[in-house]
Design a protein. Structure first.
Length: 274
């Protein structure tokens, strides 16, 4: 995330001293750097252990970003899966803001724990031996946008305080009406207060959604949220599943008839003079 956009997202999340900001897709920590600049305490997680632990070396990683700007380091950075959150049962309402840029499969696809064979039942669940746990990297499987958004809303509904903010980017195809808020994800705990479009190409853009938690999290709310998710998923099934958005963005354009040429265009030659 570029620094200007990260600052805008932190501003939308109302990051300020005394607030705790969480990024479940932390990456190199650019969003947390912006939140720390505003004085907020920060915390992050990522499924890729190489990003969390190694970075590009001992002098170029997520921690060095905070050292460079002389900002307080995150309280912790976890190797965690948004699809299988690490929080203990009963823990809720601890974050003041969740600010993130979920992987939606255009440049980098999302991953979740399990692996294809494990999720399909081809191999049984296994326990990693103690002597291999330090360097073990668990198997992962593709993580569709539909699952990712659903898990993010569920996480925010449970872990945000009342009045807390969820700020995240959501991709849309440009052939749709961006002003139509009905196609944005919904949850009974949240009220959508802002949607700002960033045009990325002729085919797709992303919308910065800002939601405020207005209702406490309960089992009944979770059931209603699941129903809304299924309805939303059915209406947007064509591009929210694995790889569909990437195909829509990068597939060759269709032309009717022969290609058109500009009449005033001049021929170009490789040599300096002809």
């Amino acid at each position: 995330m570029d620094c200007e956009m990260a600052f805008l997202m932190a501003n939308q999340g109302l990051a300020q001293p005394g607030k705790l900001v969480y990024d479940p897709f932390v990456g190199t920590g650019s969003i947390l750097v912006a939140a720390a600049h505003f004085g907020a305490m920060t915390m992050g997680a990522d499924i890729d252990i190489r990003v969390v632990r190694d970075g590009r070396g001992p002098d170029c990683n997520i921690w060095s970003n905070f050292e460079q700007y002389k900002l307080p380091e995150p309280l912790c950075v976890l190797r965690a899966d948004n699809n299988l959150p690490p929080w203990r049962p009963g823990l809720k309402e601890i974050f003041d803001a969740i600010i993130c840029d979920p992987p939606y499969g255009v440049r980098a696809g999302g991953r979740k724990s399990g692996g294809r064979k494990l999720l399909k039942g081809i191999i049984p669940p296994y326990i990693v031996p103690d002597d291999k746990r330090e360097n073990h990297i668990p198997s992962t499987a593709p993580y569709s946008l539909a699952e990712c958004v659903h898990d993010l809303l569920l996480l925010a509904a449970r872990m945000l305080v009342i009045g807390g903010r969820l700020v995240f980017f959501y991709p849309v195809l440009r052939d749709d009406d961006v002003a139509d808020a009905a196609k944005f994800p919904e949850h009974p705990c949240f009220k959508l207060v802002s949607s700002c479009e960033q045009i990325l190409s002729l085919r797709y853009s992303r919308v910065l959604l800002t939601m405020v938690k207005v209702e406490p999290y309960t089992e009944e709310v979770e059931r209603v949220g699941e129903e809304r998710h299924q309805e939303f998923r059915e209406n947007h099934q064509k591009w929210m599943e694995e790889g569909n958005l990437h195909s829509a963005v990068f597939s060759p354009a269709e032309h009717d008839g022969k290609p058109k040429f500009d009449k005033d265009s001049k021929p170009k030659y490789r040599g300096k003079y002809v």
